[in-house]
Design a protein around this ligand. Structure first.
Ligand code: PLP
Length: 312
């Protein structure tokens, strides 16, 4: 690939990248830039908790055998829509020996591996070939702070390019520019390291844990409310749900959620985001900072109830 690009493959249209249906859209960017095009993406179904369904992964890989060449499987540790963590250990067992690259998109969720009671969600991640992480999402560091880990350090050689005038091969100082596509790089690790040292690891873990606990409490609360419906059990700090009041018919529920979203944002006192799950429009609460408590989110739920009452 480095030397001959796609012409190095007998039939580039056979190349496939397997992802879950909930994978982030940046994977479309990635395959566009690789010259593979979006046609190479093969989606795998998710289970009730929106985690990659491993039976579907097995079936997909079996179906592709002989007709396509799976160059990469991407699992997500913390999906953007629901914060779900794909079962990495099982996925690594399935892909072991297939000669396919296993990448973990931990942009949003990897931080939660630091929280001891959540660490088991990430079991097996060490078997991946690469893992990406965006500390800027919830670790208190400025944007952008993105890190790519590779299990085998020699894999960075695939992106290392040298010249006589810049990034010289005989240079002895560490140089992040030989480990990334842009060559001139700031030392982006510095704010992260400084921030962790300033906060202390325990405080960082507490900061990460607080919104997870709050979202879990919200889930447990909404599960008891007949006028709300949740769409998954939260793995991390995101919950998708919708208001399902008696006076609104099923065919108007998507419209109702969009109305709630628009009014909440227009009023400017509270906030929510919105998502789409299997054709259902949902409200989406994302808790990333320790300020987001269950009580605060419950107050937003009360505002939503008021908006729902006025919906005609
Ligand atoms: C799971 C996941 N992957 C990738 C990205 C993209 O990260 P970035 O914004 O750093 O490109 C995001 C951003 O929200 C994400 O949630």
């Amino acid at each position: 690939m480095a030397e001959r690009g796609l012409t190095g493959f007998d039939d580039p249209t056979r190349l496939a990248v397997v992802v879950s249906v909930d994978a982030h859209f940046s994977l479309k960017h990635a395959v566009r830039f690789l010259g593979l095009g979006e046609q190479c993406l093969v989606p795998v179904a998710v289970d009730y908790n929106r985690r990659m369904d491993t039976a579907s992964l097995r079936a997909t890989l079996a179906e592709l055998r002989g007709s396509r060449e799976v160059v990469c499987v991407v699992a997500t540790s913390g999906t953007t829509s629901t914060g779900s963590v794909d079962p990495v250990g099982e996925i690594a067992d399935i892909t072991a020996g297939l000669g396919t690259w296993l990448h973990i998109d931990g942009a949003y969720g990897l931080a939660y591996k630091l929280v001891p009671e959540l660490a088991s969600l990430f079991a097996g991640i060490e078997h991946a070939d690469s893992v990406s992480w965006d500390p800027h999402k919830q670790s208190g560091v400025p944007i952008p702070s993105s890190i790519l880990f590779v299990t085998n350090p020699d894999d960075f050689d695939r992106v290392a390019l040298f010249s006589s005038y810049w990034n010289r091969a005989d240079a002895t100082e560490p140089n992040p520019g030989t480990k990334s596509i842009p060559s001139t790089r700031p030392l982006t690790a510095l704010p992260l390291v400084t921030s962790i040292r300033h906060q202390g690891l325990d405080a960082l873990i507490q900061r990460l844990r607080a919104p997870i606990v709050a979202i879990r409490e919200l889930y447990e609360y909404l599960e008891q409310q007949p006028d709300f419906e949740t769409f998954h059990e939260p793995d991390t700090g995101i919950l998708c749900f919708r208001a399902v009041p008696d006076h609104v018919p099923a065919e108007r529920l998507n419209e109702l959620q969009r109305h709630i979203y628009t009014v909440v944002l227009a009023e400017g006192r509270r906030t929510t985001s919105i998502s789409e799950i299997d054709g259902h429009t949902t409200l989406r609460f994302v808790a990333v900072g320790p300020q987001v408590t269950f009580d605060a989110m419950k107050r937003t739920i009360e505002e939503i109830r008021r908006i729902v009452r006025d919906f005609t």
